[in-house]
Design a protein around this ligand. Sequence first.
Ligand code: F6P
Length: 491
Amino acid sequence: MGRVAGRRKLIVVSNRGPVTYARDADGERVARRGGGGLVTALRSLVSHQDVVWIASAISDEDRAVAAEAGGAAVDEIARDGSPFRLRLVAHDEAAYDWHYNVVANPMLWFLQHYLWQLAYEPSLDIAFQNAWDEGYARVNEGFAEAVLEELAAEPDAAVFFHDYHLYLAPKLVREQAPDALLAHFVHIPWPQTDYWHVLPDRIRREIHEGVLANDVVGFHTRQWGLNFMRAASDLAGAEADFADGVVSHGGRTSLVTVHPISVDPAEFDELASTPDVLEAERELVERRPEKLILRVDRTDPSKNIVRGFRAFELYLDAHPEMHRRVGMLAMLDPSRQDIPEYAEYLGAIQREARRVNDRFQQNGWAPIELVIEDNFLSSVAAYKQFDALFVNAIFDGMNLVAKEAPLVNEQDGVLILSENAGAHAELGEWALSVNPFDVAGQAAAIHRALTMPADERGERLESIRAHVREHDVAEWIAAQLDDLDRCRARV
Ligand code: F6P
C-alpha cells in the first residue's frame, strides 16, 4: 500500500499494538482490538496520519503474522476504515519473558508507582541483571532495529515511543540516526530521584540516558515532568532548565512537556445506548442496591483495591443504617497474571472481599460484589449507574476511569479520587479527594458522597463532564503533534 498524501509520517512504537491476531472457531485468522487505554487513545492518530505502528508480537498468531511478513510491516485497517501498517516484532521468547514479566512490570512498574516495601524487597541479584541485559535490553534492541529499518525507508518520519517498556530504544535509534525526530510519552508516574536508587547505578543511568535521547519527553502531570527533570540531572548529569522545560545532556536538548491524556466523549455517548450496554445495565438495575459504589480497575497493586475494601468496611462499621442498602461493585480486569506479585494480589483482593462479606452479609445482601473479568461494555453500563465512583490508586499516571465514567453517569454520581492519580491535577476540585493510605478518610468520603445534596452532586458532575469534553483525546493528540513541530522548527 502506498503512503497517503498530505498526512504526517509517524512511526508509533509501543509494546502492545492496536490489534492482536488469533484463530476463531473455524480456524480463520482474526484481528482483535488490542487492550488498554493507550491503544484506544492513539487510535485517532491512525485515522488522521500516515502511521506505521511497531509493537511486540504477543500471541502465537501475532508471531505467525510476523513470520509470514518476514518481519516487515503488514497492511491493516482501523475500525473506522483507515489504513495503517503494522509491524510486529517477534522477540526471542525468553528475552520477552524477562522483559515483560521480570523487568518492565514487577520492577519498573513497581518502582514508578512506589510499590516496594523497601525494608523487605526488592533484592536485585544476578538473575535480575541478566533479565535486564538479556531481556529488557534485547527487546529494546529489537524495537530499535525495527524503527531504524522504517526510518531508512522514510527518513523524515517522526518516531513516537510509548511507555516504560521502551526506555533504551530511543538512544539506540539516536546513535544510528542522529537527526531523527524522536518523542517519548511516559504514561505512568516518574518517581523522585531517591526512589530510583532502588536500581543499580548503571541501570538507572541507562534508563535516564535512554529517555534523554528523545527530542520530546511527555508526561500526564507537571509533577511527573519535574521529577523526571530532577532525576535526569541527579542521575545522568543532565542540565535541567525548569523555566523553559528543557533538559540538556550529551550536547542535545529534550523538551519536557505536560499533556494529560483523555478520552473520546463521542465514543462514550454512542456506547451508552448500544444494545449490549443497555442489556448489561438492565441486569445491573435489577440487582443493584439503593446506593451503588463502583470501582473499575485492573487487578494491579497500584490500584489499592485491598485498602479500598478496608475503607468500605470502616464505613459499614460506622453506618449500620446503611446495611442492606449500600453495595460496592468491584469490576476488576485480571491483569499480568504470569507475574507472581500480580497473582498474589488477586488472591489478596478475593480474600479481603470475602472477609468483609462474611462479616456483614445478611438475608441475601452482601456488601461487596466482585466481578473478575475483562468486560468493557459491562463497565460502561455500571458507569451509568454509580452513586459514588471510587478511585483510590496508590499512584496512577492518569486513571481514565475517572474521566470516562462521569461522561455517561445518570445518577449525579460523585467522584472519590486519590490525590495521587494524575487525573486529580485536573478533576480534583470537583471530586472528593482522598489520601490513598488513609482508610478512615476514604470511609468518610464514601459517607459524604452518599449524603451529598442532589444539587451539589449535579454541579460537580457537570463540571467534570465539561472539563473532559473540552479537553478530549483529540486535544492530547494535537498537543503531541505541535510538540513535534516545535522540535522540527528548532533543528
Ligand atoms: O498505563 C500504562 C499501560 O501501558 C496502559 O497503556 C495499559 O492500559 C496498561 O498499562 C496495561 O498494561 P498491559 O499492557 O501490561 O496489560
